[in-house]
Every structure is written in structure tokens, then in C-alpha cells.
Design a protein around this ligand. Structure first.
Ligand code: ADP
Ligand code: MG
Length: 743
């Protein structure tokens, strides 16, 4: 008998085990047991006589029939290779199979012989034809099966387990494994059968009460039934069980991570009513909204405690996150700590520095004339600064003079040392991995784990918050403080209504005449910039998307001649980027022709129109983010999504959906339903893609919630529960990456 950790070669023999190890990396019984079928075929078995078969080219099919005719032919082309055409007896319409170089086969595959043929469906002049299928002779008089190894090995595997081979193929739900040319699904299945026959019962990793409460199939039964099940229902139950396993494995890893972070000691920062936080509150030009107060209270309380805060703050662009985070940072500074604010791009880092300095005013000019008594300083560190500038900033940071240190990835470098780092704020989290934020957190004084606040403007569906970001608590700002400016969104299906695009340029010109500004967004920089991979449904459709460089030239020559156009994309030198952004902000540029560098957090309230070219190239969430650049001032705004694809296409419908609502959460859910789960979890630190096989973030909220509750309950009594730990092993080195970035 065999157990999960046994080596496959001892269990199924070296000859069978070697290819599994070589081609699929499966070494132990447990590896093979968890090598799940990719899908289940429902057209595998077709007995001789017959019902009409509707099979598409490339589908896998198995026939059991007699040979009516076997003809040897020669190809017309040179070299005149010989081939054998076999016609089956009972198939209507006719089915043939061809075999090349049929030296030996000619003697075996003769009329009257009963065969099993298995291969991919092809059509030749309307006749279904299998080219070089796997075959096996069934009425061979000698005891041994004659035929292709892949089939005969299944035959011996099923014989060994006392099953009937034909019955095996009759099942409507034959498993299909992810296979390679070298190792076919058949052969894998044969190994699985052999292995299951000798496998000891697999231990139940879940508490009995949980299995009972959710009426789940047992682990042992499920792991077998997912490969070989008696009927459809049983297979569905097995998959349901394995879905729970996956959710629980994921949640266990998160519970462990949450708790290991929380067990560190956080910097205790009690709010003071005579410090910077109070002074800032007093000088705010507005009242905080109820939502902002609520969130700030929670954060403030958590920062005053000795447990490090681990919190994500979501809220759409303009919902007032930055103000809240600033006040929270001041509470830390009042307690003698420094704060780091990590931004994903130089543009954003610079913008944060500018707006935070402006908000603080004299509170941020320590050491200068006219500064407030307990003033602090705001430092900005980005990669493109000169060596001398960087040195100066680093000195300000390591001496503790700078209370707020804002920067890009440059902040993560070893050379950057803090005096007393007490809090890390990460803006637009999805661009940073866990590892990166931990690197920044590690710059705190020995023994201290800084509080962490992650801010994101991307609405995150609940299931994703609970899994991908499951180690963070979540707060949400739902209202925009200054009310929601109306943004009208329209789609332009350029191939159907080309005139509408001209109308779009006119609208821009009108807005500019009225003193407003506009964005025109394209998906590529220049010809060197390969088109982003479109969604599946439009990968090859139409001309390649327009580049910003060409778009700028075209608009300048034509519809927007005379307006002040600016160019902005990620490959500009950063001083140029800064200059362009500053000019746009100051109103010296009317229309910014740009890529998605403007996606995140850019704030120009005077911009009221946006035209997105080749909008089908962008994901739902990304479009919503882009649209958030307008509607930020007092004027009503207009967003136009242009595409060359037809309205009826998948992409067209997606754009229509974006145009139909401004509710980011609704769009995030829609977006999620469109993605494959594999996208969402990202990659492990070793670069391996972490994919969910059974759990769907779009469909399984209830399972995820049950799993989370179970893990929390179990963790309280046993932080090392071996059952749950074994389920979480595949997820433990996950690094969540760029969740919505990949849309
Ligand atoms: P976010 O970071 O979520 O995009 P910000 O904090 O930058 O939002 O706020 C967006 C704009 O709204 C800023 O100009 C800010 O000064 C302003 N603002 C924030 N909170 C309020 C409020 N309670 N009342 C009025 N205006 C506010
Ligand atoms: Mg912001």
C-alpha cells in the first residue's frame, strides 16, 4: 500500500514514473493525486452503431468498431509515402483513419478486426478522419493487447484494478489531463489508476464538525472521485470539496501571516490635542465628511495600540483618502515617529509631495523662517534625482528632520535609512508586492513593526479583498466629499459611426474654448511599443492601436490644430514628465495626449473631457480609473470611449457596460467575472504562477467566508494545525502582484 509521500517509482514502477517526473515534475504519490484533470470529456466513447455525432475539428474522440475496409495507398506527392486508410464498419456518416508507414500495421489492422481508435477529429472532404490515432485491437486472440502503448497501458491498468476497459471508456466524464506531446492524457490516466488502486486512505485534514456542517464529501473520497467517479453527481461533490480545500488553504496562509505581523510590536502613538494633527485639523479648509471621520477614528485608535496596524483604505479617486492619511501621519509625527509614503510613479510621488506641502503650509517648513513651532518637513526622494540631491534628502531622512518621506521605489534602497520609521503608507497598493512593502517596513528601529496603511482607488470586490488582500483589514470611503460631479460616458463605434469621432474632437475644441482642458488617451507610445495583448475576443481584430506619437501628430495637423497640445508617456525623461504635468496643471496645455501614465491619482479639476482611443485595449477597471481623471472639478464632464470593434462584440459590450455606470464596485465585480482566476493571484516569489483550480473569486464568496471563519477558529486553539497547514502549502509563498494592473 502507498501513502502520499511515497515515491511514484516504487508504486507504479520506474518505467511509468520516469516520464511523469521528467515531463510534469510529478515525483510523489501526492503530486500525482493532486494532478487534477483539466476537464472531462463527454465525447470519448462512441460505440459502433449509430447516433449522429456532432464533433468539431480537434476534439478528442474514441471509437470502438470493426474494420470494414483497409486500403494501402501511396501519396501523390514526393516522396511517395505509403499510408493505410481504414474505414470503420458501423459509423454513419463514414469515419476513416489513416496511418503512415503502415509496414506492420497492415498485418494487424485488417477487415474484421475489432479496434478501439482514439484521436483528434479532423475532416477531409467532408469525411471525418482520424490521422494516426492511438489504437488497440480488442479481439486479438492472444491474451495480450496489441496496439499503441498509450491504450494498452490503460488496458493493463484497468485490468489490474479489475475494471473493464470498455466500460471505462463508456463513462461520459472521462478525465482529460494537462498533457504534453511526450506524455499523453491516456498514459497519465493509466498511472493515476494504478496509483489509486494501491493508495492508502488519505487522512481528513478538516475538522469533522466542519465537514458535517457543510455536508462535504470526505477528503479521501473526493481526491479519488475527481479522477475516477461513478457518475456526474459524485464528481460535482468531489469538486465542491476540493473547492473548499483550496479556499481553506488560502485562508490559512493569510491567518498565519496576519497573526505573525500582528504579534510584532507596533509603535504606540497616542493622539495629542496640541500637536501637528490638531493644528492641521484646525487649518483644513473644509469639514471632514462623516465617512472620513469614521475611518480616521479607526486608524487613529489602531496607531495608538501596540499591535501594528495592517489596513487597506479603499475609496475612489477624490474620496478624500489623502487627507485622511495625512492626518494619520501627523499623529505618528506628534508621537515622535517618521512616516514613509510610497507612490507607484514619479509623477504621483511629486504630486503627493506638492499637495501635502501645500496642505501643511507653515507646518511643513521646519528650519525655515515663519515655520510653525513644532513644524516638520516633507522630503521627496525619486530615482531620477541627482546623486547630490539624493544625498541631501537621505540626510534629512536619517537625521529625522523629515517627518514625512515621500518617494517611489527609490525609498526601498538600502542607502535610505530612517531615524524612527513608525508608519508606512502605500498609495495604489496593487503596484507593489508584499515583499516590497515589507522591505520598507524593515527600515524601522529594531524590534518595531511600523503601522501599515495601504490606499487604493481601485474598487476591490469583496472576495478579492478577502483573498488577494486577505492579510489586511479593510476600510472604505464611499462618498465623494464634494459630491459626485456628473460624468457622462459615451461609446464611439468608429467603424459604424466614423463621424462621431470628429464630433469628439469638436467637443474637445468647444470645452477648451470654454476654458476647460482635455485628455486623449492611447494604448501605445510609438511603433516600438508592441500592442498590448488585447482580450481574447479581439486579439487579431482590426488595425493595430494608434500610438500617442502618431495621435499627437494627427490631432495637431487636423482637428485640434491651434490648440496647445502636450505629450505624456512613461518613456519621457522624468524632468520632462514633471514639466508637462506642471504645464497641464497650470493650464498652459489644453489637451494632454497620453498613455495610461495618467491613470493613477492625477488631479487636474479643470479637465472635463477624455477621449480614450482603442478603448477595447483596456480592462474595465482600468477604464474606470482613467475616467476618474475627469469629473473632479465643478464642471460636468464627458468621457468618450472609442473603438474600431463592432458594438455587438464582447469588447463592445464591455465598453457599453462601463458607459452605463459610475459605480466602481459594480464594474469591479463585472471585471472579476471576466478574468480567469489565474490572473488574480499573481505569482509566487519563485515566479511560478499561483492559480486556483477550483475556487472562483467571482462565484464563491460564501465558501471563502466559511473558510475564513474556520481558519480563524482553528488558529485560536492551534496555530500549527497540521491538516489546515497541509492545505495551505501550495499558497504559502504567494506574493500577490498587481491585481488590477493586469486587466
Ligand atoms: P483621494 O486621495 O481619495 O483621491 P483626496 O484626499 O486627494 O482624495 O481628495 C480629493 C479632493 O477633495 C482634494 O482636493 C481634497 O482637498 C478634497 N477634499 C477631501 N476631503 C474633503 C472634504 N471633507 N470636504 C471637501 N473637500 C475635500
Ligand atoms: Mg489620492
Amino acid at each position: 500500500m502507498a501513502t502520499l509521500s511515497d515515491r511514484l517509482d516504487f508504486v507504479i514502477g520506474r518505467k511509468a514514473a520516469e516520464p511523469l517526473a521528467e515531463h510534469l515534475g510529478l515525483v510523489t504519490v501526492g503530486d500525482l493525486l493532486r494532478y487534477f484533470p483539466r476537464k472531462y470529456s463527454d465525447a470519448m466513447t462512441v460505440r459502433g452503431e449509430g447516433e449522429e455525432l456532432d464533433l468539431e475539428e480537434g476534439e478528442h474522440v474514441t471509437f470502438v468498431d470493426y474494420i470494414a475496409q483497409a486500403e494501402s495507398k501511396f501519396a501523390n506527392r514526393q516522396p511517395r509515402r505509403e499510408f493505410l486508410v481504414v474505414t470503420l464498419r458501423d459509423r454513419r456518416p463514414k469515419v476513416t483513419a489513416t496511418f503512415f508507414n503502415p509496414k506492420y500495421l497492415k498485418k494487424t489492422l485488417v477487415p474484421g478486426v475489432q479496434v478501439m481508435l482514439s484521436g483528434e477529429v479532423g475532416y477531409y472532404r467532408g469525411t471525418m478522419q482520424l490521422t494516426h490515432p492511438a489504437f488497440m485491437v480488442l479481439n486479438a486472440d492472444r491474451g495480450r493487447n496489441v496496439g499503441t502503448k498509450s491504450l494498452t497501458s490503460i488496458a493493463s491498468a484497468t485490468a489490474a484494478t479489475g475494471d473493464d476497459l470498455l466500460a471505462e471508456f463508456e463513462k461520459g466524464y472521462f478525465p482529460i489531463y494537462p498533457a504534453t506531446a511526450k506524455l499523453q492524457t491516456w498514459e497519465i490516466y493509466a498511472c493515476v489508476r494504478q496509483m489509486l488502486a494501491v493508495l492508502d486512505p488519505v487522512a481528513e485534514p478538516l475538522p469533522k464538525w466542519f465537514v458535517r456542517e457543510h455536508d462535504l464529501m470526505g477528503e479521501d473520497e473526493a481526491l479519488r472521485a475527481v479522477h475516477v467517479s461513478a457518475n456526474e453527481r459524485e464528481r460535482a461533490r468531489a469538486i465542491e470539496r476540493l473547492t473548499y480545500d483550496e479556499a481553506i488553504g488560502l485562508q490559512w496562509g493569510l491567518v498565519v501571516r496576519r497573526n505573525s505581523e500582528l504579534s510584532g510590536s507596533g509603535p504606540v502613538a497616542k493622539p495629542r490635542n496640541d500637536g501637528l494633527m490638531a493644528a492641521m485639523t484646525a487649518q483644513l479648509p473644509f469639514e471632514l465628511t462623516a465617512g472620513q471621520h469614521e475611518v480616521l477614528d479607526v486608524i487613529s485608535r489602531e496607531m495608538a495600540a501596540a499591535r501594528p496596524m495592517n489596513r487597506m483604505l479603499q475609496g475612489e479617486v477624490g474620496s478624500g483618502k489623502t487627507v485622511v492619511s495625512l492626518l494619520a501621519m501627523l499623529q505618528m509625527i506628534d508621537a515622535g515617529y517618521q512616516c514613509a509614503l510610497l507612490a507607484p510613479t514619479e509623477v504621483l510621488a511629486a504630486q503627493h509631495a506638492q499637495s501635502i506641502r501645500a496642505m501643511l503650509g507653515p507646518l511643513a517648513t521646519a528650519g525655515q523662517l515663519g515655520a510653525a513651532d513644532d513644524a516638520t518637513r516633507v522630503a521627496l526622494l525619486t530615482g531620477s534625482m541627482s546623486a547630490q540631491q539624493k544625498r541631501d534628502v537621505r540626510r534629512e531622512v536619517s537625521s529625522g528632520e523629515a517627518g514625512i518621506v515621500i518617494g517611489t521605489h527609490a525609498l526601498l534602497q538600502d542607502a535610505v535609512e530612517f531615524d524612527r520609521l513608525g508608519k508606512v503608507v502605500v498609495d495604489e497598493q496593487h503596484r507593489f508586492g508584499v515583499e516590497q512593502r515589507d522591505r520598507l517596513r524593515a527600515k524601522a528601529p529594531e524590534g518595531l513593526t511600523p503601522h501599515l496603511l495601504v490606499m487604493t482607488a481601485t474598487p476591490i470586490p469583496r472576495t478579492v479583498a478577502l483573498t488577494v488582500y486577505g492579510d489586511l483589514e479593510t476600510s472604505t470611503l464611499r462618498e465623494l466629499p464634494r459630491g459626485r460631479r456628473p460624468i457622462t460616458t459615451n461609446t464611439i463605434f468608429v467603424s459604424q459611426k466614423p463621424a462621431w469621432l470628429n464630433r469628439a474632437w469638436e467637443r474637445i475644441a468647444e470645452e477648451v474654448r470654454a476654458g476647460r482642458q482635455a485628455y486623449v488617451v492611447a494604448s501605445r507610445i510609438d511603433e516600438d511599443d508592441k500592442p498590448a495583448k488585447g482580450k481574447k475576443d479581439n486579439a487579431d481584430a482590426g488595425p493595430p492601436p494608434i500610438t500617442v506619437v502618431e495621435l499627437l501628430a494627427r490631432l495637431q495637423r487636423g482637428p485640434l490644430a491651434g490648440l496647445r497640445l502636450g505629450l505624456m508617456h512613461g518613456r519621457l525623461p522624468s524632468d520632462e514628465k514633471d514639466a508637462v504635468m506642471a504645464a497641464f496643471r497650470a493650464g498652459d496645455i489644453d489637451v494632454l495626449v497620453c498613455t495610461t501614465v495618467i491613470e493613477v491619482g492625477v488631479d487636474v479639476p479643470n479637465a472635463t473631457v477624455m477621449v480614450v482611443m482603442d478603448a477595447d485595449r483596456f480592462g474595465i477597471s482600468q477604464l474606470h480609473q482613467l475616467r476618474g481623471r475627469i469629473g473632479r472639478g465643478e464642471h460636468p464632464s464627458l468621457c468618450l470611449l472609442a473603438t474600431n470593434l463592432p458594438e455587438k462584440s464582447k469588447a463592445g459590450q464591455r465598453l457599453t457596460a462601463v458607459a452605463g455606470t459610475l459605480d466602481g464596485f459594480a464594474l469591479a465585480d463585472l471585471d472579476l467575472r471576466e478574468r480567469s482566476e489565474g490572473d488574480v493571484l499573481g505569482f509566487s516569489q519563485s515566479g511560478r504562477a499561483i492559480t486556483l483550480r477550483f475556487l472562483s473569486l467571482a462565484r464563491h464568496l460564501d465558501i471563502i467566508l466559511a473558510a475564513r471563519e474556520l481558519c480563524e477558529t482553528v488558529y485560536e486553539s492551534d496555530t500549527q494545525d497540521p491538516g489546515l497547514a497541509s492545505l495551505s502549502a501550495p499558497f504559502t509563498d504567494t506574493d500577490r502582484v498587481q491585481f488590477l494592473d493586469m486587466s
